[in-house]
Design a protein around this ligand. Structure first.
Ligand code: HEC
Ligand code: HEC
Length: 415
């Protein structure tokens, strides 16, 4: 059974059990029934299993690859103008995001920067899931003119002049580059594309392989990032261990917000598991940033991920074809996915306004009001049903979302 399905199953059991507890007067702990506690226990950080291995990246568990990836992540030379690194938008002391409504690199993007901690749990990356691995994802911004705006050949030269030993220790010898142009890519400017066409098929493949390896090193680094423990985790640990000293971790208002979150707010149907996401895509009727220009979201990304040269079934993947289940069983035309976006995890959510895929909503109060109103979608169909919430319940839910912040923030492990 998929984890998400398991958690939804627990939800049903908890709701039934609440009714049973009310009828039969079963004992509760700090006001929660045994089945509610089972459900709450499932969202604790403790329950987070190790991220599933990515069979398309043979280097993801290599500390040497992660160390190279960390250096590239912060190195601004990997850009068209020498001033953009991954960390320009994914700032470590801001949960690896930037607090802006739209990503800002060499230009302005169309969507909001996503936090990267926990991204290794997602079968599909980006708000629309147009990449099927963390390493393939990293290659997008590197050649996007609005982000790093550089080319795969320029990056290969850069590796050779600055990271040769580190690279070759992990991935083997870099190709001979002396007779190749400085700058070339199949995706870039007219000049970059012309230069790419002038190269032999063999040289193009070797450069694309180095480019894929840059992604694999970046993925290995990002997979080492972890969430810190939040007050909610400590509270639920206390419920599970029946330790009354932990009951004060949450205020009465926050506990009421939690009750709404798992109860009548139905938030947990999509925001479930220890990361508070089902890793699926939903249309929740969030208005496009520019009225009249709807973002097609997941629906338009389905063909893109299928056709991506860097996907799990492609020549740069380390997986056997039968290991690429997510991709092989992908329905590539799905009306229900029109303007659907990935459910974001909610850990640390109070620390990263503005919200939604293009920063359309400025505050958490605004987000909760959106769920209360459940407006019809401007494109596709919203899955939401209005939730009747009083003003004080809106405040309770917002207060609860604040309990998901980690005191220590994302931490680097010792390796
Ligand atoms: C200009 C700002 C910018 C730069 C530079 C940038 N990103 Fe991003 N990142 C974004 C935005 C915006 C999104 C969401 C874009 C979308 O969904 O279309 C994103 C999404 C992601 C995601 C997806 C997370 C998820 O849960 O699906 C990861 C991982 C990521 N970036 C890693 C990187 C890495 C690694 C680099 C460096 C190679 C990088 N980013 C460079 C802005 C940036
Ligand atoms: C049908 C699935 C679904 C339900 C139910 C749901 N959410 Fe969401 N949530 C999403 C999706 C999808 C997004 C991103 C939407 C977008 O960007 O267009 C989101 C975004 C959010 C965000 C913004 C996070 C960020 O980083 O931008 C918050 C906060 C949030 N939801 C809280 C809640 C709360 C509280 C409830 C219950 C009242 C709830 N959600 C119910 C799917 C859902």
């Amino acid at each position: 059974m998929k984890p998400a399905t398991r958690w939804v199953g627990l939800l049903g059991a908890a709701l039934a059990a609440t009714a049973a507890a009310a009828t039969f007067g079963l004992a509760s702990i700090d006001g929660w029934s045994a089945d509610e506690i089972t459900l709450l226990a499932s969202i604790r950080l403790q329950e987070l299993p190790p991220a599933p291995p990515d069979t398309s990246n043979a280097y993801e568990a290599s500390p040497a690859a992660a160390s190279l990836g960390r250096q590239i992540f912060f190195d601004r030379r990997f850009s068209g103008n020498g001033s953009v690194s991954c960390a320009s938008c994914h700032e470590p002391d801001r949960q690896f995001q930037d607090g802006k409504p739209l990503g800002q690199g060499m230009g302005t993007g169309a969507r909001r920067t996503m936090p990267v901690v926990g991204a290794g749990y997602s079968p599909f990356l980006f708000w629309d899931g147009r990449k099927d691995s963390l390493w393939a994802q990293a290659l997008g911004p590197l050649e996007d003119p609005a982000e790093h705006g550089g080319s795969r050949l320029a990056y290969t030269h850069l590796l050779k002049s600055h990271y040769r030993a580190e690279y070759e220790a992990v991935f083997g010898a870099l190709p001979e580059l002396d007779r190749l142009p400085e700058d070339a890519s199949p995706l870039g400017t007219r000049e970059q594309r012309a230069a790419w066409r002038s190269m032999s098929e063999d040289a193009r493949q070797q450069v694309s392989r180095v480019f894929a390896n840059i992604g694999k090193a970046l993925a290995a680094y990002q997979k080492t990032l972890r969430h810190g423990e939040s007050r909610l985790d400590r509270y639920v640990d206390g419920l599970v261990d029946r330790d009354p000293r932990a009951f004060a971790q949450l205020s009465a208002q926050e506990k009421n917000g939690l009750r709404i979150f798992i109860g009548k707010g139905q938030c947990i149907t999509c925001h479930n598991g220890p990361l508070l996401t089902d890793q699926h895509f939903h249309n929740t009727g969030v208005a496009p940033r520019h009225p009249g220009q709807p973002d097609p979201g997941r629906r338009a990304a389905l063909a893109r991920v299928r056709d991506d040269e860097f996907n799990c079934l492609g020549r740069f993947s380390d997986a056997q074809p039968e290991q690429c289940e997510e991709l092989r069983f992908l329905a590539t035309d799905d009306h229900a996915m029109a303007s659907a976006f990935k459910t974001p995890g909610l850990r640390n959510v109070a620390l990263r306004a503005p919200y939604m895929h293009a920063g359309q909503i400025a505050t958490l109060t605004g987000v909760v009001r959106h769920y209360a109103a459940a407006p019809p979608a401007q494109a596709g169909h919203s899955e939401l049903k209005p939730v009747r919430l009083s003003e004080s319940e809106v405040r309770d839910l917002v207060a609860f979302l604040g309990t998901l912040s980690a005191v220590a923030g994302p931490v680097h492990p010792s390796n």
